[in-house]
Design a protein around this ligand. Structure first.
Ligand code: BGC
Length: 726
């Protein structure tokens, strides 16, 4: 580490108070600030924050925005504090800054990690221009329960897909050179197993087999760290009784011991203080001691390190070496992003004032948005629609809505640039008069005369586009749901419109998988549009009119009923599996529905058709150190050019622990012109067959494996190979 002498020199000169200062991050009261994203705890006013910076009692500020004001905060730190240590300026810049890209779950539906890398890069340019060095993203939690509101921020239910997107987003945010003015330091979060909260209830307990922690929830963090992440955020939850924010096994033994992570860990918002509410610490001092000694380096907002660590050190309850180590990690990250060489990096008001770097991202936002839209069904080829000669009724509360385009983490987005569905459709149509728009109901309530107006419009139309869904605040933090269905008023609207017999295309806006019911489920076509951000309208129009042939696939399974949660495709095999088409008795299924999704992970249609040849294996007896090549021929046998996502799944037939019924191991998006045929090739090695066995160590076992290359997790014919012992 080239900066080590400088850092060690500083540590020698720092007072205990200054050291503790580096371990505190506080809400940025100096700049216009997104207050609504957190509870208003421990608010400090601007003058107090300035005073604390001067006294060397602040390591980082977060969720403020503005280059000039950020520069002033930095000037105080560098010029007016005793040692002049620069501040780290962080923020929740999750899926876009001024330009809002689709929510992470939607973007994951593209199955294009390189697209996520590009949107993260664009986001980094905008955020660093606005005076931000450090983002609390990507969220890399694996979400297996759709009741959890934070599914929207994840890459869905699959481990491999989550790893690919985690790594891509880190690369995108940080770019190739951490010291560059447009490099945004990434923070994979929430470490760890936050996605496993019981019953999908946010902040709830996590009771998890250690093997599941390692096989499912940790790999995306490892992938993000391998991609260069230097900070992590700890999670609110406990894991098997030990809160993640004071979890030595995770924060020290695994992260520093096993993984050799050299960066620092920041708490989630007051998650260190919350050790008291968990009943894991008796008071603030006890909480600070447990968190810091477990390996939690920086405290976000609670102030308990500032309040108690000095006394704890003086009483000999925390060794100075523990404080020094945490400070060393924080300073090393500051050095790595170039703050000691240029404390004013990313604090350039002229760059912020130049809008050209932002406008340049509209095309990417549109492309990303349309690549995130999943076509669930398309009976009788009702889609694509025609740009002329077809009367279209756009019905539903989201047709002209502009308030719910951005999604749950849109805090810095340009509201004026957001384009709604109606505007997008009108500008694509040859004859804008062929579009009639009727809300029919409000998002959560009926409106007087709404159903009658909607039915009348549907009767007059050749096709109805029904814009339904969740408001943006049904997903995100503390937004768990018991029933993952549409609001009743919208369901009633869909039922009323269906009585007209006019074909219906449902446009779903959603932050999680939904359980679709009645007329929504039975509509002729369904498009999942998530929250698509700035370019919602144009992207939806591109797909509806066929200017873009949909290519996205579900990153989460859509269940048949809310009561199936948690439902995920890669569940362990049961001893009494549900065999489709056989009587229900004594099988793992519900009275009401089979143990299957309505639309499974990986599903998504196109306006063309892809045929799959049987996978050809390089060998059906793979040597212990060998490489298995898998080739499958895919043909575009339909009427349009299109892109397909070839998905390679594996099942370990017999193992020392029960294994998932299928697991995604590889995927590839392939573009094929009409009639074109191409061989997709994958390669697997023993590492791809590893899991954590009964002793919680990684193991691959010789024996039989089933393998599919298929267009979703629920279809395809398996081929079998054997992993040999030598
Ligand atoms: C969230 C984090 C976020 C932090 C700072 C917390 O409540 O869980 O995801 O980064 O607040 O705003």
């Amino acid at each position: 580490m080239p900066h080590q002498p400088r850092i060690e020199g500083l540590i020698t000169r720092m007072t205990l108070e200054e050291k503790i200062g580096q371990l505190g991050a506080f809400a940025d009261a100096l700049r216009p600030f997104a207050f609504e994203v957190n509870p208003e705890t421990f608010a400090r006013d601007a003058e107090q924050v300035r005073e604390q910076i001067r006294a060397g009692r602040v390591g980082a500020l977060f969720n403020g925005v503005g280059a000039a004001e950020g520069r002033e905060a930095q000037r105080i730190a560098v010029e007016e504090s005793r040692l002049g240590i620069p501040l780290l300026l962080g923020a929740d810049v999750i899926h876009g800054m001024r330009t809002v890209f689709p929510i992470p779950l939607g973007e994951a539906a593209s199955f294009e990690p390189d697209l996520a890398e590009r949107t993260a890069r664009a986001t980094a340019k905008e955020a660093t221009a606005a005076g931000i060095h450090w983002t609390f993203a990507p969220m890399v939690d694996v979400a297996r329960d759709q009741r959890w509101g934070r599914v929207a921020e994840t890459s869905g239910e699959d481990v491999h897909l989550s790893c690919e997107f985690a790594a891509a987003r880190v690369r995108g945010f940080q770019g190739g050179d951490l010291t560059a003015a447009d490099s945004l330091l990434a923070t994979p979060k929430h470490f760890a197993a936050y996605g496993a909260v019981s019953a999908g209830l946010d902040y709830n307990f996590v009771d998890l087999a250690p093997q599941t922690l390692r096989d499912v929830h940790l790999p995306p963090f490892k992938a993000a760290i391998d991609a260069g992440a230097l900070t992590l955020m700890s999670s609110f939850n406990d894991i098997n009784g030990v809160p993640a924010s004071a979890n030595r096994e995770l924060l020290t033994d695994l992260l520093r011991g096993e993984w050799k992570f050299e960066g620092f860990v920041v708490s989630d918002y007051t998650s260190d203080l919350e050790l008291i509410a968990h009943g894991y610490a008796s008071d603030e001092a006890d909480a600070a001691k447990k968190a810091l000694t477990a390996g939690l380096d920086m405290s976000l907002q609670s102030g308990i390190y500032a309040g108690h660590v000095a006394a704890l050190v003086e009483r000999g309850e925390i060794p100075m070496a523990v404080v020094d180590e945490a400070v060393r990690r924080v300073l090393a990250v500051k050095a790595a992003i170039g703050l000691f060489d240029d404390p004013y990096r990313s604090l350039d008001a002229a760059r912020e004032a130049d809008p050209s770097h932002i406008a340049a991202h509209d095309a990417l936002a549109r492309d990303c948005a349309r690549r995130s839209i999943v076509l669930l069904k398309n009976e009788d080829d009702v889609l694509p629609l025609k740009k002329s000669g077809q009367r279209i009724a756009l019905i539903g509360p989201f047709g002209s809505d502009t308030a719910h385009l951005g999604g749950c983490w849109n805090i810095f987005g340009d509201a004026a640039r957001m384009i709604d569905v109606e505007t997008g459709l009108r500008s694509a149509l040859d004859d804008a008069a062929s579009l009639v728009v009727v809300p029919g109901c409000a998002i959560e309530e009926p409106v007087e005369g709404g159903l009658e107006a909607a039915v009348a419009a549907a009767r007059e139309a050749d096709v109805v586009v029904l814009a339904l869904g969740e408001p943006h605040d049904y997903s995100g933090e503390a937004q768990s749901r018991t029933q993952i269905v549409l609001p009743a008023a919208q369901q009633a609207l869909a039922e009323a419109v269906a009585t007209t017999g006019t074909p219906v295309v449902v446009l779903l806006r959603n932050g999680r998988a939904l359980a679709l019911e009645g007329a929504v489920r039975d509509a002729q076509a369904i498009l999942v549009t998530w929250f698509l951000g700035t370019q919602t309208g144009p992207a939806v129009a591109d797909v509806l009119f066929g200017d873009y042939n949909p290519s996205a696939r579900l990153p989460v399974s859509f269940p048949q009923d809310s009561g199936q949660q948690p439902y995920f495709y890669n569940h362990p095999a049961t001893g009494r599996p549900n065999v489709p088409g056989t009587p229900r008795s004594f099988q793992a299924r519900w009275r009401e529905v089979a143990h299957a999704a309505l639309y499974p992970f990986g599903h998504g249609l196109s306006y063309t058709r892809f045929d799959y040849g049987a996978p050809q294996l390089g060998t059906d007896k793979l040597g212990w150190n060998g490489t298995l090549t898998v080739r499958t021929r895919i043909t575009n046998a339909g009427p349009r050019d299109g892109e397909d996502v070839a998905q390679l799944y594996l099942r370990d037939r017999t193992a020392n622990r029960v294994r998932p019924v299928r697991e995604l191991k590889r995927f590839a998006k392939v573009a094929l012109a009409v009639g074109e045929s191409r061989e997709v090739e994958f390669a697997l090695t023993r590492a791809d067959f590893e899991f954590h066995g009964v002793d919680n160590r990684p193991v691959a076992e010789p024996g039989l494996f089933d393998l599919w290359v298929a267009p979703s997790s629920a279809v395809g014919d398996a081929v079998t190979f054997e992993l040999l012992a030598s």
